[in-house]
Design a protein around this ligand. Structure first.
Ligand SMILES: *Cc1c(COP(=O)(O)O)cnc(C)c1O
Length: 335
């Protein structure tokens, strides 16, 4: 596939299962529904960042790094999977988190601590200022460490490779089971997952649609990010491929009150999947993406004979950080 074979470590349990969701389908009277279980990649409760980290951590080791620096929200799944990968490889992890130390460490943040990572609180800005990140790297180098920076969500031209591979994996599974997928539905944010799957679709010949449900950015901004990440990846690995805005399907209709704010649609989607299929979604990404999918099904976007695969990208530990929002609503009638 690539002119240069990029180094890769094995961190994930692959292939992840591809399962039917017959009860949910029955309930919704919609298309055939399958779920790709990347919540089961295995790295300290799993998730989509593990596939990216197989390439990112290999790159870090190739560069002689001894310290992994990454950044995100307090409940970042990416940060937690990076902390686990660092622990497994015997590397130090320094986590730069937005906001301030909360009164109780729970969810992903609890796991970060258990995994032995060092947490630093960077204040309330939406994006941590680049000069603060540079300051931390400088400080570590001054102290004789060799830091390696993993960007937000592991989404750069190295991390994307994990989802190019994931498309290959899915196509093999579909072939084995004699299935075809008309649509893949994913939660999208820093874009590595959607860009990787879309590049993989072109490389390996997946003809269906890949539908990204934005969890934080408006459509225009997200599309710009997706295109620049796709271009950076294609030029880094010398793919004879170029992707433009028309190559991506993105919905920004489900942003609700904003990133990380759990509202009634997410809570309902989480309960519905738990109660029909016994599968746990997460409050920030997959709960929102499933709420989007449910809405699209209700609007009649898909034909009954079509097949939709919901790509579960993980995030389950964050549920515990949303206990208050999820506990005290009365159950819906008719259950
Ligand atoms: C990071 C994350 C996403 C978004 O993936 P990107 O590659 O950043 O777009 C989706 N779901 C979960 C659970 C995540 O942690």
């Amino acid at each position: 596939m690539l002119k240069e074979e990029p180094p890769r470590l094995r961190l994930a349990h692959l292939p992840t299962p591809l399962e039917e969701m017959p009860n949910l389908r029955q309930r919704l009277k919609g298309p055939r529904l399958l779920i790709k279980r990347d919540d089961l990649t295995g790295l300290a409760t799993g998730g989509n960042k593990t596939r990216k980290l197989e390439y990112l951590m290999a790159d870090a080791l190739a560069q002689g790094a001894d310290t992994i620096v990454t950044l995100g929200a307090a409940q970042s799944n990416h940060v937690r999977q990076t902390a686990a990968a660092a622990a497994k490889l015997g590397l130090r992890a320094v986590l730069l988190l937005r906001g301030e130390e909360p009164p109780l460490r729970t969810g992903n943040l609890l796991l970060d601590s258990l995994l032995g990572a060092e947490v630093r609180w960077m204040g309330p800005q939406r994006q941590i200022p680049p000069e603060q990140i540079a300051g931390v790297l400088e400080e570590l180098m001054q102290a004789g460490q060799k830091p390696y920076l993993v960007p937000y969500g592991g989404s750069n031209e190295v991390g994307v490779l994990g989802y190019i591979q994931a498309m290959r994996e899915l196509l093999d599974q579909l072939e084995e089971s004699g299935l075809e997928a008309d649509y893949l539905v994913i939660a999208t944010s820093s874009g590595g997952t959607q860009v990787g799957l879309t590049l993989g679709a072109k490389i390996y010949g997946y003809a269906g649609e890949i539908v990204g449900i934005s969890v934080d950015l408006p459509r225009g901004e997200l599309l710009s990010n997706l295109v620049s990440l796709a271009q950076a990846t294609a030029s880094r690995w010398e793919f004879a491929l170029s992707l433009g805005r028309d190559d991506f399907i993105v919905y920004d209709d489900y942003l609700g009150e904003g990133y990380g704010i759990l509202g009634p649609p997410e809570a309902e989607a989480i309960r519905l999947l738990a109660r029909t299929e016994g599968i746990l979604l997460d409050p920030v990404y997959t709960g929102r993406a499933m709420a989007g999918l449910l809405d699209l099904i209700h609007k009649g976007t898909f034909q009954p004979e079509e097949t939709v695969i919901f790509w579960h990208t993980g995030g389950t530990p964050a549920l515990f950080a949303y206990a208050e929002e999820l506990s005290f609503r009365p159950p819906r009638t008719g259950r």
